[in-house]
Design a protein around this ligand. Sequence first.
Ligand code: FAD
Length: 176
Amino acid sequence: MRPFVYARPKDLMQAVQLGAETGQGPVDAPVQYLAGGTTLIDLMKLDVLRPTRLVDIGGLAAGLEGIEVGPKGLRLGALAKMSTVADHPAVRLDYPVIAESLSLAASAQLRNMATLGGNVLQKTRCPFYRDATWAACNKRTPGSGCTALGGSNRNHAILGWIRPAFPNIREISPSR
Ligand SMILES: Cc1cc2nc3c(=O)[nH]c(=O)nc-3n(C[C@H](O)[C@H](O)[C@H](O)COP(=O)(O)OP(=O)(O)OC[C@H]3O[C@@H](n4cnc5c(N)ncnc54)[C@H](O)[C@@H]3O)c2cc1C
């Protein structure tokens, strides 16, 4: 485990200040918000993410976990839990696809911890990104290449992909 600073902001303003270095740039930011932690902690254990500061926003849920269904549509707070949204009667009634997709994701334990903000902002679940022993990964190290293009890429895309203009890239059939 690499050393990092753990910060617990008292309000949203302080959270924004503490996270000012965060940003989804080409290289992963040294400051990461900690929501449910269900994927961030995994990635730290795998040595893929190495933040120097974690800003725990879990204590700010009171103002950020709202679920509003109204004439203008559906509004979900960043700290709303996946399970809470999936079980919400109005979401189930008016937005069944969202309720169903959330209830099918991950496991009950994870859905009880995981937030919608974290779900949207989670890193790619590509196994090559998550295994730092693969050197070529543009997501981890911009410009290093993409192991998935020439390696096993089953389950990587549900809508297909366009062959890039690299002569040595071999397409792997999903049926193999
Ligand atoms: C075994 C397993 C199976 C899974 N299966 C699925 C699946 O089937 N479908 C699916 O969609 N997902 C799946 N996931 C991913 C899961 O949904 C995410 O781990 C979860 O939603 C992340 O939410 P979290 O609150 O724990 O985020 P964290 O782990 O706390 O954070 C994730 C990232 O988002 C950032 N972040 C979080 N909240 C905010 C915020 N409010 N503002 C700015 N940045 C923020 C963090 O800094 C971090 O970079 C699976 C995960 C596991 C471990």
